[in-house]
Design a protein around this ligand. Structure first.
Ligand SMILES: *Cc1c(COP(=O)(O)O)cnc(C)c1O
Length: 429
């Protein structure tokens, strides 16, 4: 990462923001998206971390498949004009591999995120009487907590004994890497699995995936990541970092539509291993799939974890969105993202408010966060949030007192950031 991006100097003015937009090499990407409106004006959409906006091309991709279905019926499986449905899961591989830093054979899109977390744990959480613990970050996304809890119980272990949650130090909001690593070391004799977020959904902290993975492996554990808030937000190197497995959803930063298809990563070192898994016909040897024979023979790599035939309409939306990522490139997106979020942080710090009024709980180090800033507003937080909403800012509120704002480099502008801070300033002062 070039130094000048991390040490950029900002100015607090609308013309400065507009100059940055004018010089932004990615500025034309905004045009590829539908921007929701309020009173005939574009809203300031800062919830790409929850549901990314719809690419204009999504409709085209979905209509192509509807057309294939209408005209070909079942023959679309092999003869659909552009993208035969039988091979559909293959068409997202190259783009996904670049986004998460993997080989195409290590990734596949399928199912939904929580389903995939379970499927991954079926293969990678193999507790024994001495090694049965799972370590997660305290306050992990509820669905992940429920998945982990039910997996532990499914294997007949006591939830309280088997779950290790790591919290920030007293008075701190995010985890120190050194504390994560020492917690892993402390539990080296009983730890079966480390399952962490890549970017923490509440605080926006980006964890040190490489170091956590290395420490987990040193301790004899398997290490997996939930990348719901990391995929498409920050550059990832899952393959080189030796991560065992990962899963993510596509409807947040990856703009693939509500409930959109999820994705998994399985490191190639496990791709052909004889791991226990819940199998289905789409994970079975492709050349034999329609022979309808007994005896499951998994496909090599991540493909072997598929269960069902592909959800084509959802996957069409996914392809439309991935095409945009491919064109923009993660590195360019990250460079803009660092500036966009840095600009917001600069403007918010310029308010000079006490921590009891407004505190950014996301790490200040750009290398330890993605695009999201989490603002702790202890007084009148909900009222402030509602005012933002009425003023055309789409942000989100997390109980008890946090407003999350995610300026997304694909479609947000520096002017969005400036205008948001002006609106916030008016309501707070
Ligand atoms: C968004 C999110 C989910 C959502 O799970 P679904 O199965 O897609 O509904 C799960 N975990 C994390 C960390 C998330 O951010």
């Amino acid at each position: 990462m070039a130094k000048d991006i991390l040490h950029m100097t900002y100015e607090n003015s609308l013309t400065f923001a507009q100059d940055l937009d004018r010089d932004d090499p990615l500025r034309h990407f905004r045009n590829k998206f539908h921007i929701p409106q309020l009173n005939d004006k574009d809203v300031i959409y800062f919830t790409g971390n929850s549901l990314g906006l719809q690419p204009k091309n999504t409709r085209v991709y979905i209509e192509e498949e509807l057309e294939g279905w209408a005209t070909l019926g079942v023959d679309g499986h092999f003869h659909s004009q552009k993208r035969p449905w039988f091979y559909y899961h293959k068409f997202s591989k190259e783009a996904l591999a670049k986004i998460v830093g993997a080989k195409p054979s290590e990734v596949v899109s399928m199912n939904n995120l929580t389903v995939n977390l379970h499927l991954m744990m079926v293969s990678f959480y193999r507790p024994t009487s001495s090694r049965f613990k799972i370590m997660i970050e305290a306050g992990a996304f509820p669905s992940d907590q429920y998945a982990v809890e039910s997996q532990i119980k499914f294997h007949g272990y006591n939830y309280e004994d088997a779950l290790i949650e790591i919290s920030p130090r007293e008075g701190e909001y995010h985890l120190r890497t050194e504390d994560i690593l020492s917690k892993i070391e402390e539990n080296k004799d009983s730890l079966a699995l480390v399952l962490f977020g890549g970017v923490q959904y509440y605080t926006g902290q980006l964890f040190d995936i490489g170091s956590i993975t290395a420490a987990g492996h040193w301790a004899g554990a398997i290490v997996g990541f939930d990348l719901a808030h990391a995929a498409g937000n920050v550059p990832l190197n899952l393959h080189n970092d030796q991560v065992d497995f990962a899963a993510w959803c596509s409807y947040k930063y990856l703009n693939s539509g509500p409930g959109g298809v999820s994705g998994i990563f399985v490191h190639e070192k496990h791709g052909d291993a004889e791991l226990p898994r819940f199998a289905g016909w789409w994970g079975h040897n492709e050349s034999e799939r329609f022979k309808m024979k007994k005896g499951f023979i998994p496909m090599s790599g991540a493909d072997g974890w598929q269960l069902s035939n592909v959800n084509i309409l959802s996957s069409a939306a996914h392809l439309a969105a991935l095409e945009i990522y491919d064109e923009a490139g993660m590195e360019a997106l990250r460079q803009k993202s660092i500036r966009l979020t840095g600009f917001m942080e600069y403007l918010l710090n310029g308010f000079n408010l006490g921590d009891d009024v407004l505190k950014i709980i996301t790490p200040t180090d750009p290398a330890a966060r993605g695009c999201q800033l989490s603002l702790l507003v202890s007084k009148n937080g909900k009222a402030i949030f509602e005012h933002l909403t009425r003023s055309g800012v789409v942000a989100d509120w997390r109980e008890p007192d946090v407003i999350r704002v995610a300026p997304v480099p694909l479609y947000n502008t520096f002017e969005d950031v400036y205008n948001f801070c002006e609106i916030l300033k008016k309501v707070i002062f």
